[in-house]
Design a protein around this ligand. Structure first.
Ligand SMILES: Cc1cc2nc3c(=O)[nH]c(=O)nc-3n(C[C@H](O)[C@H](O)[C@H](O)COP(=O)(O)O)c2cc1C
Length: 349
């Protein structure tokens, strides 16, 4: 699997999720089997590039390549400038966001709302490609199936985007109107894949190895992208990978391994955000990790009262050690994608 000149180790991608897929989480997923990770979106608004949030998002230190940065906006010239700015700071691939349902830039809807304005969407793609192509940087794009069920134009746009020089297309199998509700559908993704020569990535509701196998077979996509199901379960990538290769299930991680993986993630997380902000933003990752496990909800509530890094790490380790007294491996949980509201909110940030 290639994106332009970049050869990827496999075809399992971790999804860009604002407020989630930061550098520590991307590195964690890559270590546990994801072949590719796109960063959280960076705004095309110049005045925000110096902000702490944007500069953290642009921090790729120690990350395995290729470095892919997602940009969001509504103005072709600003998007082209944002692409150039990120390339100068190490981006090797630029991804255009036409998938987010809730992003407002300069009082205009960006993200998937652009799918409704095909002329502007194409103008943005052409402007970004014009800046990236001479620098040898492939441009990829992530979108939904359309604005609404009545306006499902992903196939028409995909053909235009391919002709304009897009190197890979990811499709989340929902319309903009659906937000994160309902079920993802894969017919549109299959139709786009059949019509295009560039790699197509299927995304939406891939929560298990079996679902991954079925979505690959149904859509014939070149790769799969997993978002919410990796929250708190970053080992899903090696589990899916093993199942696709052998048809057999990999054992769940031991409780000890999960404890150590999460401890390492916390330390990386504090390294990027510092103590005050890091302890708070780590809570959601810990909450996802213990979700559905015996006593997980009580622990989550207790953990939300802790304000120091050492307390948080120690509480997490103690909790897993206690779980380890009754379980050798992590017990199965119901890993439904139930984070609709959180998805909207973080995406709007
Ligand atoms: C919290 C959250 C933040 C997201 N932020 C972005 C984003 O910045 N850019 C983007 O293209 N998609 C974003 N998405 C959409 C995901 O990349 C993905 O398309 C969606 O979650 C469906 O995949 P899943 O069912 O595997 O989660 C976000 C989703 C969530 C839940």
């Amino acid at each position: 699997m290639h994106i332009g000149p970049h050869l990827l180790p496999n075809r399992l991608f971790v999804a860009p999720m604002a407020g989630v897929t930061d550098r520590p989480f991307r590195q964690l997923c890559r270590r546990l089997g994801a072949g590719y990770a796109v960063s959280e979106m960076v705004t095309s608004r110049k005045e925000l590039w110096g902000s702490l949030k944007t500069s953290r998002r642009a921090d790729h230190s120690g990350e395995p390549g290729p470095i892919a940065v997602q940009i969001a906006g509504t103005d072709a010239a600003m998007m082209a400038e944002a692409a150039a700015y990120n390339i100068d700071r190490g981006a090797q691939i630029i991804d255009i966001n036409m998938g987010c349902p809730a992003k407002k830039v300069c009082n205009k809807w960006a993200g998937s709302a652009l799918m409704r304005n095909e002329a502007l969407a194409l103008e943005i793609v052409e402007a970004v490609v014009a800046v990236c192509a001479p620098r040898g940087v492939p441009v990829t794009l992530k979108m939904r199936t359309g604005w609404s069920l009545e306006e499902r134009n992903a196939l028409r746009l995909a053909r235009l985007f391919e002709a304009a020089g897009i190197a890979m297309l990811t499709i989340h199998g929902r319309t903009r109107e659906q937000g994160y509700k309902g079920l993802a559908e894969y017919d549109t993704i299959a139709a786009v894949k059949a019509a295009l020569g560039i790699p197509v990535v299927a995304n939406g509701d891939i929560t298990s190895p079996e679902k991954a196998r079925d979505v690959l077979a149904y859509t014939r996509a070149d790769a799969l992208m997993i978002g919410r199901a990796a929250q708190g379960r970053p080992w899903i990538f090696r589990e899916v990978s093993h199942f696709l290769a052998t048809g057999e299930h990999l054992d769940a991680p031991t409780v000890t391994e999960a404890r150590d993986v999460l401890t390492e993630h916390l330390h990386d997380h504090y390294g990027l955000y510092g103590e005050l902000s890091g302890v708070r933003s780590a809570r959601k990752h810990i909450g996802w990790a213990v979700r559905g496990l015996p006593g997980g909800e009580e622990f989550r509530q207790h953990m939300n009262t802790l304000e120091r890094c050492e307390q948080q790490v120690q509480a997490l380790r103690d909790w897993f050690d206690e779980l380890g007294q009754t379980h050798d491996r992590l017990p199965p949980t119901d890993a439904a994608n139930d984070d609709e509201a959180q998805g909207h909110e973080a995406c709007a940030a």
